[in-house]
Design a protein around this ligand. Structure first.
Ligand code: IVH
Length: 650
C-alpha cells in the first residue's frame, strides 16, 4: 500500500462496528478505488483485530474486490467471438447450403447482446463477458450471475475449461412492463448488463438463451444445445432441416415473429455437423458454416398512444399512429403509417395497443402487427373539420361525404360550373349574395332562378336579372365532356372529361363505369380512376337535379389521340415483396399510364425500388441499396403516383 498511513494508537479500543466500518472503507480504497491509504501491514492489523473482536463478522467474508466493480473490465476471449454473414434472399441461402453436406440447424436470431460464460477446470463460472470487439469483451460476471437458468457451476464430473455462448435479452413482455425512457429491449438489456449495481441489473429481468458450446467436443450443433440444457441453461429453440426446407423454415419465422416474446432480426442457419463447419473455416468476420437470413427492416415494439387523421387534397382521411418514441434503424420514430381505416380494423388496432413498428429501407415506418390489444377503441372523426360534412367509409378509406366542396367553397364550385358551361354575368359578389340568400346551393339552382327572384336585390335591375336568366337558358344543351368537367369532381378536369366522353359516349355509361373500366384510358391510373368514379357517384343527386333542366349532348366522335410523355416519363420502377395496398399489375399499370416504365431488375439506372409491405423484399432491396437506388414503401409510392396524377389534372 503506497501511502503508508498508520492506524491511530487508540484503535485497540474500537468496537466491532467501528472496526468493520474501517475495514470496509480500506478494502474498497485498496481493491476498487486503487487509492490505498493504509500500509498493507496496518490493514492486516485492522482485519486481525476485527477477527478477534467479532470472529464471524460478515465483513470478513466480503474482503477483496467488489464483484460489481469488475463490470466493464476487459476480458480477452479465448476464441474470437465472430459475427455472422448476412443474407436477404433464398438463392444466397441455397448457394450457401450447397457448400457443405448434412442437415442444417435453424435457430431464431435473437436481437439482444452476445455473451460468453466461461467455466474453469473446476466447473465453476469464472467469467462472463460481452462480445466487445470480438477479441476483447467487457466483464459482466456480477450481472450475468443474477440471470435465471444460468448455472454458477457445471454439474459434478463436467470439467472445463468450457464456454457457453448465447444471447442475453429482455423479453418483450418484461420490456413492456418497464416504466421509463427505454428505446427498445436490446438497448435496455445492454444498459442493464453494464450496470455497476448487480441488484439494479437483476431488477430488469434479463434472460439468456444458449446457442453455442465451445470446448466440449460435440459433433453436432443440436448436441451442443442438448448439452447446455442438461447443464441447466435454456437453449435457443432449434430445428434441424433438410436443405430444401430452409426457405420455408425462414418464412415460418416471418409469420411467427410477432408472436415471439423476444425480438428477432433474422434466422440463423448453421451446418449441423461440426466437422463440416470446421472444414469450411472462418473469415476474419464470420464462420463460413453459419449464415444469418435477415428479416426485413428494423422492427421495434412501441405503444400506440393516439391516431391523427391527415387529410389529403382529395378529402381522403388517412390515419397516422402517434407512438411512444422507438428507435428503428437508428432513427427515433414517433409517427407511423397506419395505411387506411381498413387496415386499422383488420389488425384490430386500439389505443394503448402494443404494436410492432417497422422501418424498411429507411423509409416511412409503418405498423406491422399488434402484439397486445389496447384499452380504447379508435374512431374516425365524425365530421370534416373544414366543411363540417359527415365522414364516411368507402372501400376501406375514410372520405368526406361532401360532394360539392366545403361550405366555404360552394361559391368556388358554382363559379367553376358557370365558367365551364360558359354562362356569363355571374360575378363572385352576386354568387355570394345568391348563396347567402339560399337561392343557390348547387349547380342545378342556376336553372331554377327566375328574374322575379333576382330583382329584389339592391343594384339588380330588371335588365340584369333578365340577362342572367337568359344566359342560363342559353346553356341547357351541354356537350357530355363539358358537362362532366363542369361538375367539379376531383380528378375530372377538361382533359380527363374529354377522354371519358370520347370513350363511353354517353353520360349513363360514364356513370355506370367501374374504376377498372377507366384504366384502359390514357392517363387513368388506379388512384385517379377510383377517385373519379367515387366523385361521380357522390355527385349523383346533383347530376339528377341538373338533368331536370339540362340536355347532355352525347359524344359522337371518339377522340383517339393518345398523349405521349407523362409526369413519370424516363423513370423506371421495380416492385418487390407483396404489395398489400394494391395489386402489382395495377401498380405497374399506373406507372405506365403516367409515362414511366416497369423494370425487371436492379441496376444503377433504376429509378425506384418499391418494396411491398408483406412478404420479403429479398436481394433486390440489398442490391438497390448498394446501387444507391431510391427505395419507396407502398405509402410513399402511392403518394408519388397521386402527385403525378395530380399534375395531369388541369
Ligand atoms: S450463432 C459466429 N445463433 O448474432 C456467431 N448467433 O450477428 C455464431 N445471435 O453476435 C452465432 N441469435 O450473438 C447464433 N440463434 C443465434 C443467435 C445468434 C443471435 C447473435 C450473436 C452474434 C450475432 C451475429
Amino acid at each position: 500500500m503506497a501511502n503508508g498511513a498508520m492506524l491511530p494508537p487508540d484503535f485497540a479500543d474500537w468496537d466491532a462496528t467501528r472496526l468493520a466500518a474501517e475495514v470496509v472503507v480500506h478494502n474498497r480504497l485498496y481493491w476498487d478505488k486503487n487509492r490505498p491509504e493504509l500500509l498493507d501491514t496496518e490493514f492486516d492489523r485492522l482485519v486481525e483485530r476485527l477477527r478477534v473482536v467479532s470472529p464471524l463478522h460478515a465483513v470478513l467474508d466480503a474482503l477483496g474486490p467488489d464483484p460489481a466493480a469488475r463490470v466493464g473490465r476487459p476480458v480477452t476471449h479465448t476464441r474470437s467471438m465472430l459475427s455472422l454473414e448476412k443474407c436477404y434472399d433464398e438463392k444466397t441461402l441455397r448457394d450457401w447450403a450447397a457448400k457443405f453436406v448434412g442437415p442444417v440447424i435453424m435457430t431464431p436470431k435473437i436481437d439482444g447482446c452476445a455473451a460468453m460464460i466461461r467455466y474453469g477446470v473446476d466447473g465453476r463460472l469464472e467469467v462472463a463477458a460481452t462480445r466487445g470487439s470480438g477479441t476483447v469483451g467487457e466483464d459482466i460476471t456480477g450481472n450475468v450471475k443474477r440471470i435465471d437458468h444460468l448455472p454458477h457451476r457445471l454439474p459434478e464430473g463436467v470439467v472445463g475449461p468450457v464456454e457457453v455462448r448465447g444471447e442475453i435479452y429482455l423479453s418483450l413482455s418484461r420490456f413492456a412492463r418497464l416504466a421509463g425512457d427505454f428505446a427498445n429491449p436490446r438497448n435496455t438489456a445492454a444498459g442493464a448488463l453494464k450496470q455497476k449495481d448487480p441488484d439494479k441489473s437483476a431488477a430488469v429481468g434479463l434472460q439468456f438463451l444458449a446457442y453455442d458450446v465451445v470446448g466440449a467436443g460435440c459433433v453436432t450443433e443440436s448436441e451442443k444445445l442438448r448439452l447446455a440444457a442438461s447443464w441447466g441453461f435454456l437453449p435457443v429453440e432449434s430445428e434441424v432441416l433438410e436443405r430444401d426446407a430452409l426457405q420455408a423454415g425462414y418464412e415460418r419465422y416471418v409469420e411467427r415473429r410477432a408472436t415471439l416474446d423476444f425480438e428477432i432480426d433474422g434466422v440463423v442457419f448453421r451446418a449441423e455437423r461440426v466437422d463440416e463447419q470446421e472444414r469450411l473455416g472462418f473469415t476474419s468476420h464470420h464462420p463460413r458454416g453459419s449464415l444469418a437470413y435477415k428479416l426485413q427492416g428494423e422492427s421495434g415494439l412501441t405503444i400506440l398512444r393516439d391516431v391523427e387523421w391527415s387529410v389529403s387534397r382529395t378529402r381522403i382521411f388517412t390515419p397516422v399512429g402517434i407512438v411512444e418514441p422507438v428507435s428503428l434503424s437508428g432513427a427515433t420514430v414517433t409517427r407511423i403509417s397506419l395505411h387506411n381505416w381498413g387496415l386499422v380494423q383488420a389488425k384490430g388496432l386500439s389505443l394503448g395497443a402494443r404494436v410492432v413498428a417497422v422501418r424498411r429501407g429507411g423509409v416511412i415506418p409503418y405498423l406491422e402487427s399488434v402484439v397486445e390489444a389496447g384499452d380504447r377503441p379508435i374512431t374516425y372523426p365524425e365530421t370534416c373539420p373544414t366543411g363540417g360534412f359527415k365522414l364516411i367509409v368507402r372501400d376501406d378509406v375514410v372520405v368526406c361525404s361532401c360532394t360539392t366542396g366545403c361550405a366555404g367553397a360552394i361559391v368556388g364550385v358554382l363559379r367553376h360550373f358557370v365558367d365551364t358551361i360558359g354562362i356569363e354575368g355571374f360575378g363572385d359578389t352576386w354568387l355570394q349574395i345568391l348563396v347567402d340568400n339560399d337561392l343557390l346551393s348547387e349547380p342545378a339552382d342556376f336553372y331554377r332562378l327566375r328574374a322575379a327572384d333576382l330583382v329584389v336585390f339592391d343594384r339588380m335591375g330588371e335588365t340584369l336579372a333578365q340577362k342572367l336568366v337568359d344566359q342560363v337558358a342559353a346553356h341547357v344543351e351541354v356537350p357530355l365532356a363539358v358537362f362532366l368537367a363542369a361538375l367539379g369532381v376531383s380528378g375530372l378536369g377538361a382533359s380527363a372529361s374529354k377522354s371519358l366522353a370520347g370513350h363511353f359516349l354517353s353520360l349513363d355509361r360514364v356513370r355506370a363505369a367501374a374504376p377498372a373500366d377507366l384504366l384502359v384510358l390514357p392517363k387513368f391510373a388506379a388512384l385517379l380512376a377510383s377517385k373519379v368514379t367515387d366523385g361521380l357517384r357522390a355527385m349523383g343527386p346533383h347530376i339528377e337535379h341538373l338533368l331536370e333542366f339540362v340536355k347532355v349532348i352525347d359524344e359522337v366522335e371518339v377522340s383517339a389521340a393518345r398523349p405521349t410523355g407523362g409526369p413519370l416519363q424516363g423513370k423506371t420502377f421495380l416492385f418487390t415483396g407483396t404489395l398489400s395496398l394494391m395489386k402489382r399489375e395495377d401498380a405497374q399499370a399506373s406507372v405506365e399510364r403516367l409515362g414511366g416504365k416497369a423494370a425487371s431488375g436492379v441496376s444503377k439506372a433504376l429509378g425506384y425500388l418499391v418494396v411491398g409491405s408483406e412478404g420479403k423484399a429479398g436481394g433486390k432491396l440489398q442490391k438497390a441499396q448498394e446501387a444507391g437506388v431510391t427505395v419507396l414503401d407502398e405509402v410513399s409510392f402511392m403518394a408519388l403516383i397521386s402527385q403525378a396524377e395530380a399534375s395531369l389534372t388541369p
